[in-house]
Design a protein around this ligand. Structure first.
Ligand SMILES: O=P(O)(O)OC[C@H]1O[C@H](OP(=O)(O)OP(=O)(O)O)[C@H](O)[C@@H]1O
Ligand code: HPA
Length: 185
């Protein structure tokens, strides 16, 4: 079925802006400082989790002023829907993680299944230490494991379906320059 672009446009028009661009950029700069303090001497291997992690990764990486290697992986559970299903690996890391300090960068920690599976994969692949950075931590009682938290968190967010800064609504508005909540979700 072709995408209903009028619907996509309406979602943006009616959305609530939760975190405007200036607030998100300030949060990214703070995270960059925290990551630098922890990893500047670790020669880390940094993975962007595609697709959602793309914008946060790009903006964060340019503020990390120390040697690192960068790559990507793609694990998806939402597949353009607004509720998650089974985790599907679209691209596993192709470089060796053996004895490396690894940093995983993603857009959002929602229920946590995605990031937990990625961390588990990295540990089983021989990583020495695995750190995680997320732009948003969504606050609710549905976490897969309540004791699992990201090491670096940009912003906490309310329990709504959000888009912008890499996060999509039905595959759209990853490019929105702020963090928005869909009306009614
Ligand atoms: O904490 P969870 O409930 O597991 O959800 C978080 C994950 O869901 C989204 O990815 P998605 O599956 O939509 O893939 P995409 O980034 O390619 O759209 C997001 O980018 C996170 O990776
Ligand atoms: O609220 C969300 N928005 C976009 N993608 C997501 N993936 C998990 N939760 C979300």
């Amino acid at each position: 079925m072709p995408t209903d672009l009028e619907h996509i446009q309406r979602v943006m028009r009616e959305a609530d802006c939760l975190h405007p661009m200036a607030e998100v950029e300030a949060a990214i700069s703070r995270v960059a400082q925290e990551v630098s303090n922890t990893l500047r001497d670790a020669n880390p291997l940094v993975f962007c989790v595609m697709n959602g992690g793309l914008i946060f990764s790009g903006k964060l990486l340019t503020q990390l002023n120390f040697p690192l290697e960068q790559s990507y992986l793609h694990a998806s559970r939402y597949r353009n829907e607004t509720s998650g299903g089974e985790l599907f690996w679209k691209a596993k890391p192709e470089v060796s993680l053996m004895d490396r300090d690894v940093l995983i960068i993603d857009d959002i920690l929602d229920e946590g299944h995605t990031l937990m599976a990625i961390v588990d994969f990295c540990k089983r692949s021989g990583a020495r230490a695995v750190y995680t950075a997320v732009l948003l931590d969504k606050k609710h009682e549905r976490k897969a494991r309540p004791d699992f938290a990201a090491d670096f968190i940009g912003l906490n967010c309310i329990d709504r379906y959000v888009f912008g800064y890499g996060m999509d609504y039905k595959g759209y508005w990853r490019n929105a320059a702020g963090i928005y909540a869909v009306k009614g979700l």
